[in-house]
Design a protein around this ligand. Structure first.
Ligand code: ADP
Length: 630
């Protein structure tokens, strides 16, 4: 008797299978695409294996076959197959940490799982077969398994456990048997299956065949149902948008939709063909700098070699998806050498140029470009530090919120900003805070608003760091409105200066009293003419670390010295006028501290000692209510 051993699924797999069986997923037909995609990968991997091994029993007639018998749907391939350990590893566990994380956060109630792109993205492809099957059997023989008797039979109904035994299999590859659920009998209909294949897998580089009874020959023959010609080989003008999109879905595991694509053939000594896409959705792990692989698949003369080659695109363009097929790499180059080859360097330069062209084109469609920007803008910003050569090109692609607009849904380019600059304005002004509202409402903007000078609003974590690389645009320097510069001649519009000079004398006493109280907290106290509705504000010197930079650095866990702020007061404000008349030292000190805390709260969006601030505020309010000091 054949020995059959039972195994328990890893708990995450159980959870996933539970989801599949209860099938929240509306678009069930994609199970076929997922299985075909696995088969096609397996064939690609076998071709690659043969390139680098001395195996003489090479197959050269690769195919994926679909057939139906006794209400069982069979999908078979003559790909690389799996050993017993690989079966346990691949079909019994989920190795990808992202998938585990994802599963933690969803439940059967959570309807978001119905989004079709989720399944592919989290690499749960194979398990999708349980959406339509009561039972799944996998019969596989690895290219490494010489003994055909030792091929592996894996069986499961998707409920907690699976069984493994050995069973003779003549050829290398994998057969998958789906015991289709009663409710899903549509997937036992040949025509329905063919239309699914055409829809999703038409351009898989491998023939997908279905059985057909030839009346003349009186026997079954296999006929090809997909085009099986690599899409990139076809003439551009013959390819429909629909075909480009479906090809995108097939290479990205259904990652949203493409915003734009480019298809080019470069002839000459170093011939290559590319199809590149910009997606409208961000892969879940794109911020995982160590594990994330870019979405470029490399083929050499139609043979898939490797995906996610690190240097094939700069890291700040890692959102690009697509394929490159070259004829100028040697087929049996080792994967390690490939990573560092000079040819990959050449490809990178050329792909980078193509991608910039594609992005420039995308800017012409404002709505689409904003979708791109929201998904990948912060990744593109990394390029300012990474790719000095392309700094200008990248800066043309940057988009910012701005005081020019009334809400955060509008963005400006730097070019548009330049076009709106005031006469005499010689800087591009910006502010960096934690979020849109605190930048839009910042006291630092009051002066600029009053002069109709536009200020760019930045609040992404990367921005402070980005601005250390982005020093000017078309020769015009950037300047932060929350910093003090030596040559602070923002614009020759500042006509309050005379009043300032007059007031200085009168307020020297007030300033000295304030300095006395804040001497350990601020670097200096000064009168400002840049405020209107706010009584005070904190600024930093242009050569000092800014609040946002300190926050950014603090994430590293190290202790950095506190910022030496400049405390600026608006002598026209009623609160300042009011406190200037307070004689009582204790009460005066409370007011000054209260104003200092306010300014600090606005500047850093958080107070180390918020309780002290609240107590102080309440204390002053009560004092005013009862007209006495408490
Ligand atoms: P993914 O394809 O995203 O890795 P799957 O759950 O679909 O996730 O498959 C898990 C793994 O099982 C694959 O990575 C592959 O190693 C293996 N596998 C699945 N189907 C086949 C097949 N037909 N031939 C060989 N290996 C396969």
């Amino acid at each position: 008797m054949v020995k059959k051993k039972s195994y328990v699924f890893q708990s995450e797999v159980k959870q996933l299978l539970n989801l599949m069986i209860h099938s929240l997923y509306s678009n069930k037909e994609i199970f076929l695409r997922e299985l075909i995609s696995n088969s096609s990968d397996a064939i690609d991997r076998l071709k690659f294996y043969y390139l680098t091994s001395k195996d003489i029993n090479k197959v050269d007639n690769y195919h994926i076959r679909i057939s139906i018998e006794n209400n069982i749907l069979k999908i078979s391939d003559n790909g690389i197959g799996m050993t017993k350990n690989e079966v346990i590893e691949n079909l019994g566990t989920i190795a990808k940490s992202g998938t585990k994380e994802f599963l933690k956060n969803i439940s059967i109630e959570n309807k978001s799982v119905t989004n079709s792109h989720i399944i592919g993205q989290f690499g749960v492809g194979f398990y999708s077969s349980f959406m339509v099957s009561d039972k799944v059997v996998v019969h596989t023989r690895s290219v490494k398994e010489l003994d055909s008797e030792k091929s592996v039979l894996w069986t499961s109904n998707g409920k907690g456990e699976y069984f493994i035994s050995r069973k003779y299999k003549d050829n290398i590859g994998t057969d998958i048997y789906l015991y289709i659920k009663k409710d899903n009998s549509e997937f036992l209909n040949e025509d329905r299956l063919k239309s699914i294949v055409k829809k999703y897998s038409n351009h898989i580089n491998i023939p997908i065949e279905s059985k057909f009874f030839d009346n003349k020959k009186k026997k079954f023959i296999w006929i090809k149902i997909n085009e099986s010609e690599a899409l990139w080989l076809k003439d551009k003008s013959t390819i429909s948008d629909e075909e480009y999109k479906n090809f995108y879905y097939s290479i990205t595991n259904n990652l949203g939709n493409p915003l734009i694509w480019t298809h080019n053939k470069v002839e000459g000594k170093n011939e290559y063909i590319i199809i590149l896409y910009i997606p409208d959705t961000s892969p879940w792990n794109i911020w995982n700098r160590d594990d994330y692989k870019n979405g470029i698949k490399l083929y050499v003369n139609r043979v898939f070699i490797m995906d996610g080659i690190k240097k094939i695109v700069p890291f700040y363009l890692r959102f690009i998806q697509g394929i490159v097929d070259t004829s100028f790499l040697s087929l049996n180059i080792s994967r390690e050498i490939l990573q560092d080859s000079n040819l990959i360097d050449k490809l990178r330069v050329s792909l980078t140029n193509r991608i910039f062209k594609m992005l420039e084109q995308l800017t012409l469609d404002k709505n689409k470009y904003i979708i791109f920007w929201k998904n990948f803008g912060n990744i593109l910003k990394e390029g300012l530090a990474e790719d000095e050569k392309n700094l200008y090109k990248i800066s043309l692609l940057l988009r910012f919120n701005s005081t020019y607009f009334k809400d955060s849904n509008n963005y400006t380019s730097l070019e548009d900003y330049l076009n709106r600059m005031q006469v005499g304005q010689n800087k591009i002004f910006y502010i960096i805070t934690d979020n849109y509202l605190s930048s839009y409402n910042s006291p630092h903007l009051e002066f600029y608003r009053s002069k109709n000078i536009e200020v760019l609003l930045m609040f992404d974590k990367i921005d402070e760091w980005m601005m250390t690389y982005l020093l000017d645009f078309k020769g015009i320097k950037f300047q932060s409105v929350s910093k003090k510069y030596n040559d602070d001649n923002i614009i020759t519009l500042n006509n309050k200066n005379d009043i300032l000079n007059l007031s200085k004398e009168k307020y020297t006493n007030l300033i000295n009293r304030i300095k006395d109280i804040l001497k350990d907290k601020v670097k200096d106290v000064k009168i400002t003419d840049k405020l209107d509705n706010f009584p005070v504000v904190l600024s930093t010197d242009s050569n000092e670390m800014s609040t946002q930079m300190l926050k950014l650095l603090s994430i590293t866990g190290k202790n950095f010295p506190k910022i030496n702020y400049l405390f600026e007061i608006n002598i026209n404000h009623l609160l300042i006028k009011y406190i200037s008349n307070i004689e009582d030292k204790v009460i005066f000190s409370k007011w000054v501290n209260f104003l200092y805390f306010q300014a600090l709260l606005i500047e850093s969006n958080n107070l180390e000692n918020s309780v002290e601030f609240v107590n102080l505020t309440n204390n002053l309010l009560l004092g005013m209510m009862f007209k006495e000091s408490i």
